[in-house]
Every structure is written in C-alpha cells, then in structure tokens.
Design a protein around this ligand. Structure first.
Ligand code: HPA
Length: 237
C-alpha cells in the first residue's frame, strides 16, 4: 500500500533500512544538506521532509517525525510497516530534570517512561515503560566511544503535555520513575517498533534544564546538535 497516507514515495527501495528521525523538518534538511551525499528527497507531504543519501558511502535516510507521540506514531508506523524500514533512531532535544545534566549533554535512552495512553490504545499494552532496542543501543554506545563523545545512558520521560499547569510535577517524575529528562516521542516510537518486530533507539541533546532554567537558542541548537547527529549517522549501512 504505497504511497501511504502521509508519505508520498512511490518506490519502496528509496528509503534506507535505517532512518534517523529528528522532530523538526528543517533539521532533517540540515542533516541531508550538511552530511549526506547523493541525496534524494522522498517526502514533501505536510512539509515533513524525508531524504535518502549516503554517509561515508553507506546508505541512510533522514525524515522528520513532527512533535509528539501522535505524530511520530503515524510516521514511524508507516516507515516500518510499508516501506521496509528496519531501524529508526530518533535524534531529538530534551529538557533536563536534574542539575547534573548540562546543556548539550547527549543522552542515550535506555527506556521511555510515559503516562501516555498511546500503547494501551494501540494494542492494549499495559506497562508505562518501554525499552529501546538493546542491539541498536549497544551499537550507538560503541560508536560514541569511538568518536570520543560522552553519553549518559538514562531513562527518559515521554510527555504528552509540554505546558503543564503544575510545572513542579517534574520533580516527582524524576524521583519516582528515575527519568532524567523529558521529550515527547520515544514511548510511541519504541512501542511501534516492538509491535511491528522492528528496532528503535533514541539519542537526545539537552536543550533546556527545568531544574536550573538554562536555555539554548534555536540557532545554537542547530549547530550544537552535531555530536548527536554524528553518532547516529554512523548507523548508515
Ligand atoms: N518538554 C518536552 N519536550 C522537550 C522539552 C521540554 O521541556 N525540551 C525539549 N523537548
């Protein structure tokens, strides 16, 4: 059933087996233009840009997920189920819940904890925690070590709500569930991978800190996120 409702590519082979997924379409464009060679753009629908190219001669795709679990839920499901994608590595930003994380630190997500109903609604899955693929995580950890980039292996919070009225609730989530930071996509991505027999992982860069109130500008983020991108790009096959 291709093209699907949200991705317009007509030939399955155009998308690589491994797809990097930033949230922002302009970050997907930046990665394609900065790091890839022989680039083809395979998706324009809703400006959710997708590109395939080569990195150091190896094939890889990069496509945006949009923000939040409903959005990444749609795109990752279509990529896995209809386009032969085997691995998705999300590369995103996160807000740190602890002062022990600094701006621009890179986190390799071991598990996503969430109060979201995504997995329950999708197939009745009852737990509030889903693990990333241990196989992809092992590879990403080795790559980071080889590149000399320090990573923190942490449990993260996948939230449905960015603007909470009770802002201080993050302290409970940190203490009760061990989540060191918050983003809004991984729980749904990991769930889809498990349901469809595929693999998913997530690297995050700290863009703001809820405990210390430090913030980055969008311009700083564009450049400083290259460490995380360089790790993920080495997953090209
Ligand atoms: N909340 C949710 N997602 C995020 C944040 C945040 O504070 N920062 C970056 N992604």
């Amino acid at each position: 059933m291709i093209p699907t409702a949200h991705i317009e590519v007509k030939e399955q082979e155009i998308i690589a087996k491994t797809v990097l997924m930033p949230g922002d379409p302009l970050r997907a464009k930046f990665i394609a233009e900065t790091f890839l060679e022989n680039v083809t753009k395979f998706n324009n629908v809703r400006n959710m840009f997708g590109y395939t190219g080569t990195y150091k001669g190896r094939k890889i795709s990069v496509m945006a997920s949009g923000m939040g679990m409903p959005s990444i839920g749609i795109y990752s499901y279509e990529l896995f189920n209809f386009y032969g994608v085997e691995n998705i590595v999300r590369i995103g930003s996160c807000g740190a819940y602890t002062s022990s994380l600094n701006l621009y630190d890179v986190i390799l997500c071991t598990h996503a904890w969430s109060e979201s109903s995504y997995a329950k609604v999708q197939n009745g899955y009852k737990s509030d925690t889903i693990a990333a693929s241990p196989e992809l995580n092992d590879k990403l950890e080795i790559i980071a070590k080889d590149l000399g980039i320090k990573i923190h292996k942490n449990i993260i919070h996948s939230a449905d709500v960015f603007y909470r009225e009770n802002f201080e609730e993050y302290k409970d989530i940190y203490e009760k569930h061990g989540c060191t930071c918050v983003e809004m996509e991984s729980f749904a991505l990991f769930h889809n991978a498990n349901v469809l027999g595929k693999k998913a992982a997530c690297l995050l860069t700290v863009s703001d800190n809820l405990a210390t109130h430090e913030l980055t500008t969008s311009e700083e983020r564009q450049n400083a996120f290259t460490n995380m991108m360089k790790i993920a790009l080495e997953m090209a096959e």
